[in-house]
Design a protein around this ligand. Structure first.
Ligand SMILES: [Zn+2]
Length: 296
């Protein structure tokens, strides 16, 4: 009897493993085609550094760069500094050319660059038949945030300076149909926003890390390849920055384009080598370092 029982248990486990694999394969279909390449440390590193110094462009890093860029971490611990706020914030009500494929609920302010990126994403969603989007909240200045905090209380709003909305890289998206958690618009964003450089900043299963309740409407721009790596690895921004700090250098292939992402702690008189004939972007982490993204 005991033997049979064990055999039955074994068969059941195998069956469950199979089911589990099947279902995770299915959800994998929506996961980015990202390949995070292992970076061979030490010897390769030295060889590359030697090559790099012979054949590279140099960039000096200033301290204020810690507080500028698309990867800034803003939460209860790391507030928005005035120098981090996007400078191209516009009133979308008076810039109707930027409001394409979606509606506005109220007077909405947003970084012009971000509005264009959002519009590109919404146009792509529209082509797939998902088209009832509107923006419920964009950029908020400190005064507006402080008013909201007083009205809503600490369970529903963050104090002025501690909200991503004060930065200019986030927006809240709604739909005319139902709540975002159930609507096709919310599902589309959850699955495909990464392709356009956006992330769902406060997912349901990461509330212990973000410290914020599940917000299926709040999206944040971080850019590629970061949004793709975060989606593929299931990391929120807090975790992604820790991951980069730990790895120091990550190579990723996203839809056949190759990127190298490096983290550097800030130090005085800091210089970074970028391989020649490559493009690059530098962003601070709003903590103590910079992330350099190199691509061709
Ligand atoms: Zn929000």
């Amino acid at each position: 009897m005991k033997k049979w029982g064990f055999l039955l248990f074994l068969l059941l486990s195998l069956f469950l493993t199979f089911i589990y694999k099947e279902s995770s394969f299915e959800s994998k279909a929506d996961i980015p085609n990202v390949e995070v390449l292992k970076y061979e440390q030490h010897e390769n590193d030295k060889a590359e550094d030697r090559r790099a110094s012979e054949n590279s462009q140099q960039t000096d890093i200033s301290e204020e760069q810690i507080y500028q860029g698309n990867l800034l971490l803003v939460n209860k611990k790391y507030p928005v500094r005035p120098e981090s706020i996007k400078l191209d914030v516009v009133d979308l009500f008076t810039h109707s050319e930027l409001v394409k494929g979606y509606g506005l609920l109220d007077r909405t302010y947003l970084s012009e660059d971000l509005a264009r990126k959002f519009s590109d994403m919404i146009t792509a969603a529209g082509k797939e038949g998902v088209s009832n989007f509107f923006i419920t909240s964009g950029f908020r200045d400190f005064d507006e945030q402080s008013k909201l905090y007083q009205e809503m209380g600490s369970a529903y709003a963050l104090p002025a300076g501690y909200s991503e909305h004060n930065l200019g890289l986030s927006l809240d998206v709604g739909t005319t149909q139902m709540t975002m958690a159930k609507a096709p618009e919310g599902k589309w964003i959850e699955q495909y926003a990464w392709k356009y450089g956006f992330i769902l900043r406060y997912p349901e299963d990461k509330t212990d890390i973000t410290g914020i309740q599940y917000e299926p409407w709040h999206i944040r721009y971080v850019g590629l390849p970061h949004s793709a790596i975060m989606k593929e690895k299931g990391l929120v921004l807090e975790e992604y920055l820790d991951y980069l700090k730990e790895k120091k250098k990550v190579s990723a292939k996203v839809e056949s384009k190759k990127y190298t992402v490096s983290y550097y702690p800030f130090s005085e008189n800091m210089t970074i080598h970028i391989p020649e004939n490559h493009e690059y972007e530098i962003s601070g982490d709003n903590i103590d370092g910079v992330i350099v993204t190199v691509y061709k």
